[in-house]
Write a protein that binds this ligand. Structure first.
Ligand SMILES: C[S@@+](CC[C@H](N)C(=O)[O-])C[C@H]1O[C@@H](n2cnc3c(N)ncnc32)[C@H](O)[C@@H]1O
Length: 204
């Protein structure tokens, strides 16, 4: 008999915490429309990281309908912080605003419309945590501004680093002495896709 849990994917799928009706509705919409959201496990991880880090200024690149933003903003309500989230699709940004309002998170969040790569050049920071979830080819071009905007000790979280488009970004972080990073290849229940990589990197 092996030491490991039998059928770990089924087992860990059952250990994902429940969500409220708003989040469940957004999950159903995302599945129906093919919107690649982080899903409940990574959403809860984002909230946990915000709270563990005591983060107050948080930046998200890639809002879609605001699913991950709700997890971030809920945690920021606990820490007394604020979320700025960037989305270039105006229809999606509108939906995110509506969803954040429905979650009662208007006062702790702002959805800004535009190309995240351009907007981050205009920001000053410092940020305590940046979550990056835009087109994977644009992770590497965004990295310099993320480094500039994060305070020392701030946390960069990147979704979907198992995508080929993230290769340059993964390698750059691995080699850069200005970051302490871990790349996790994981099973992420209800994430899109369920087998993918997540990167956590501390700004030194
Ligand atoms: C993977 S989805 C974000 C999902 C969201 N973080 C969630 O989990 O609920 C990526 C989103 O980023 C947007 N996007 C992609 N590249 C962008 C860019 N350069 N600037 C702004 N938004 C971008 C897309 O329109 C899409 O809505």
């Amino acid at each position: 008999m092996g030491k490991m849990i039998v059928d770990p994917e089924e087992y860990f799928r059952k250990l994902v915490r429940g969500r409220d009706e708003l989040l469940l509705t957004l999950e159903r919409e995302a599945a129906a429309e093919g919107i690649p959201i982080v899903g409940p496990l990574v959403g809860q991880l984002l909230g946990l990281l915000v709270r563990a880090a005591g983060a107050r200024q948080v930046l998200e690149l890639g809002t879609a309908g605001g699913y991950s933003a709700i997890f971030l903003a809920r945690a920021l309500r606990q820490t007394g912080g604020r979320l700025l989230t960037l989305e270039w699709n105006p229809g999606m940004a509108d939906r995110a605003r509506t969803n954040l309002e429905q979650a009662g998170l208007n006062e702790v969040s702002e959805v800004r419309i535009g190309d995240a790569l351009g907007i981050i050049k205009t920001l000053e920071g410092p940020y305590d945590l940046i979550f990056i979830d835009i087109d994977k080819e644009n992770y590497l071009p965004a990295l310099g501004d993320c480094a500039r905007l994060l305070r020392p000790g701030g946390l960069l979280v990147a979704d979907n680093i198992g995508f080929r488009g993230a290769d340059g970004f993964n390698r750059a972080l691995f080699l850069d002495q200005g970051w302490l990073s871990v790349s996790l290849w994981s099973f992420l229940p209800e994430h899109s896709p369920e087998h993918d990589g997540l990167l956590l990197a501390l700004r030194l």
